[in-house]
Design a protein around this ligand. Structure first.
Ligand code: URA
Length: 444
């Protein structure tokens, strides 16, 4: 279907403009900060997919977009063209309203592992395609694969059946979902062209729209451990994504949350699954619980029209009566996972603070990079992850730490880390400065 669409498109371009459009003209136009037409964007994207537009030409166009931006119309057209470059999931066989939750990526972000079974235990359908981690941020699929036997590759029929049967399924993104984004994102990653609001918004929204859910909820992470570093950029990204959602009549809600420190205590795949399980049994860290509860109550409000405070009370009930945790166990079992076999390295080192004071800042990006360097993450999609390793913070921003008191634990296997590198991630002062808010804004 997508190939036929590209063929027909090319045929029409040749008929209408006599085949005179060139990628150089399109690059030059954007370099001069002019608005691209839908046909020009289509020419570039489809040409890149069929190989007639080369890597170096697409890189050049992407850099012109990073520098000069795109207006709303161009961004919506770009999203639409990417969305139509591959398969679009048809989830119409799932009964009820389907929710997809996405995060723009952070360190220690295990929200989906808690939120999905919690909402499913409440009767809300979660049909989710997730990604793998790349760079310093983790991915839900890797976390789930740290559970022995967990199958992230259900086919469409199995995926739909599982959501109908138990209310939740999480799978790895299928190969032909938005291939244009797959190819362009890989190029952006190595050409310094990731950080652009229209490129990020169209990349995320094309995938979300292609995944077929009725309601899209996006956790936009903001801070030194996130892709988006400041609140103004986060708001403009969120506004753009909400507008794209509106253009498709898909309610899209963005929650802006702090990523100036890892979420929860655990960083690393099996360690994060364990923390998610603790949270589902009412023993999780407050910040993780707050993000989960805020997102979940927004979703319940959107699906069941229940006011926020009432929704939160009902959700706490699901945690306290064990139903949310039971749903997690059912979901893991259904996808072949064995929770009795969740392995965490026993080579554990307690790292002590080298001074006393208040923790005012955690260099979250650096901590994520260290976790990656000991094996918890990957540099390229081909790298192998060590699911058993990671870091668990004993102290967070705002806490007081004594000299020689434990600040974190590190779980190692095959690779080592210098203690000084870990300690340098913490800014410790005599005075407590401002502790940042966790929930920064809701945009819908
Ligand atoms: N996540 C995506 O899927 N795309 C981007 O461009 C950035 C983050």
């Amino acid at each position: 279907m997508a190939i036929l669409y590209r063929f027909l498109y090319k045929f029409c371009v040749i008929l209408i403009i006599g085949g005179n459009m060139t990628i150089i003209d399109i690059i030059n136009k954007k370099r001069l900060n002019k608005e691209l037409t839908r046909e020009e964007i289509e020419f570039a994207i489809n040409g890149y997919l069929d190989g007639s537009v080369k890597d170096y030409q697409m890189s050049s166009l992407l850099m012109a977009i990073v520098i000069n931006g795109m207006n709303e119309r161009e961004t919506i057209d770009l999203t639409d063209i990417m969305l139509k470059s591959g398969d679009i999931m048809d989830l119409s066989e799932i009964d009820g309203i389907i929710v997809d939750k996405h995060s723009t990526g952070g360190v220690g972000d295990k929200v989906t592992l808690v939120l999905a079974p919690l909402l499913a235990s409440f009767g809300i359908k979660i049909a989710k395609m997730s990604g793998r981690g790349l760079g310093h941020t983790g991915g839900t699929i890797d976390k789930l694969e740290s559970i022995k036997g967990f199958n992230v590759n259900l086919d469409n029929k199995e995926f739909i059946k599982q959501v109908n049967d138990i209310g939740v399924a999480i799978v790895s993104q299928t190969g032909n979902l938005v291939p244009a984004d797959k190819k362009i994102y890989a190029l952006r990653d190595v050409t310094g062209t990731v950080e652009s609001m229209p490129l990020i918004a169209s990349s995320i929204m094309s995938k979300k729209l292609a995944s077929g859910a009725d309601i899209i909820i996006i956790d936009v992470k903001v801070g030194n451990g996130a892709l988006i570093k400041n609140i103004e950029d986060a708001r403009s990204l969120a506004n753009l994504m909400v507008k794209i959602g509106k253009a498709y009549r898909k309610p899209t809600i963005c929650l802006l949350t702090n990523m100036d420190e890892p979420l929860g205590h655990a960083i690393g795949n099996a360690l994060e699954v364990k923390e998610a399980m603790d949270t589902l049994q009412g023993m999780g860290p407050n910040d993780l619980l707050e993000v989960v509860m805020t997102l979940s109550s927004i979703i319940i409000g959107a699906v069941k029209k229940i006011p926020n405070n009432e929704a939160k009370q009902l959700l706490f009930k699901q945690l306290n009566n064990g139903k949310a945790y039971d749903k997690f166990k059912e979901f893991v079992k259904k996808q072949g996972g064995n929770l009795d076999d969740l392995k965490i390295s026993d080579k554990v080192f307690s790292i002590k603070s080298d001074k006393s004071g208040y923790i005012n800042k955690i260099d979250t990006l650096r901590l994520g990079e260290i976790a990656k360097s000991i094996g918890a993450g990957r540099n390229t999609l081909e790298d192998k992850i060590d699911y058993e390793v990671g870091i668990v913070l004993s102290k967070k921003v705002g806490d007081y730490v004594e000299k020689d008191e434990e600040i974190l634990k590190v779980y190692l296997n095959k690779k080592d880390v210098a203690i000084v590198d870990l300690l340098e991630c913490f800014t410790i002062d005599e005075e407590l400065k401002n502790v940042p808010k966790l929930i920064l804004d809701i945009i819908k």
